[in-house]
Design a protein around this ligand. Structure first.
Ligand SMILES: Cc1cc2nc3c(=O)[nH]c(=O)nc-3n(C[C@H](O)[C@H](O)[C@H](O)COP(=O)(O)O)c2cc1C
Length: 216
């Protein structure tokens, strides 16, 4: 199942609306399905409903109380912000994980994005723009058309600090609900900066559904 989820998140996610329509159509046909034999990939010989139900769940993209914090960093300032966000999100009862873009493959991060309710992206400003790995990931995620996400941006900068604005623009194009203008901190975050990270985490937690609402 983890491999099926990774395949769905990275290859099929953009077709989610079509998949839901197709499943409805097949359900209407009232067929008793013994086996699913796709063009390629594994044959589902026992209990094909397991994969059909998983495809329906993944296609609906119902957000979990989960945040994925994706970032890159040159000298660890943006990383410190990411770690503080993750810690504070955890304290607010949000399942939160940090993903350094040069330590995680984009396809593994995308698998985590699939059921997350919040996608938080951090980049230092480099040459008036984004750190290149962030542009790479945002391009990849945009193509897969994830839905029902809240988004927020953060990052450290030196003098002009364009990265946060650039991230917001991309997240807006993906129709994410941008719940904050974004957090920019000049160079190393101090106590005040870390408090601002915790405040942002609180806002993200407040925008996510509670566990009991998800179970309904
Ligand atoms: C090659 C290079 C180019 C940079 N260009 C910019 C820039 O255009 N604007 C800006 O605000 N900061 C710029 N900075 C400063 C970084 O954004 C700043 O040092 C930041 O704290 C780095 O965050 P990090 O520790 O997460 O990498 C640049 C830094 C380097 C090394």
């Amino acid at each position: 199942m983890p491999h099926a989820k990774k395949y769905f998140a990275n290859i099929l996610l953009l077709y989610a609306p079509l998949i839901l329509k197709l499943v409805d159509k097949v359900t209407e046909m009232g067929l008793a399905i013994d086996m699913i034999c796709p063009d390629h990939g594994i044959i589902w010989r026992t209990d094909p409903s397991k994969i059909i139900n998983a495809y329906v769940e993944w296609s609906r993209q119902k957000p979990k109380r989960k945040a994925v914090v994706i970032y890159d960093t040159m000298w660890h300032s943006t990383e410190t912000m990411a770690e503080t966000l993750v810690e504070a999100l955890g304290e607010a009862g949000v399942e939160a994980k940090p993903f350094h873009l040069r330590g995680n493959h984009r396809s593994d991060i995308m698998t985590e994005v699939l059921d997350a309710g919040a996608i938080i992206v951090g980049s230092p400003t480099l040459n008036n723009g984004l750190y290149p790995t962030i542009s790479d990931f945002l391009t990849y995620m945009k193509g897969l058309k994830p839905k029902n996400k809240v988004g927020a941006a953060f990052g450290s900068y030196g003098w002009s600090g364009e990265a946060v604005k650039r991230i917001n623009k991309e997240l807006e194009l993906m129709k994410f609900d941008i719940i904050d203008p974004g957090l920019r901190i000049q160079y190393l975050p101090d106590e005040k900066g870390l408090a601002a990270c915790r405040e942002l985490a609180g806002k993200i937690a407040g925008a996510l559904p509670l566990e009991k609402e998800i179970q309904k």
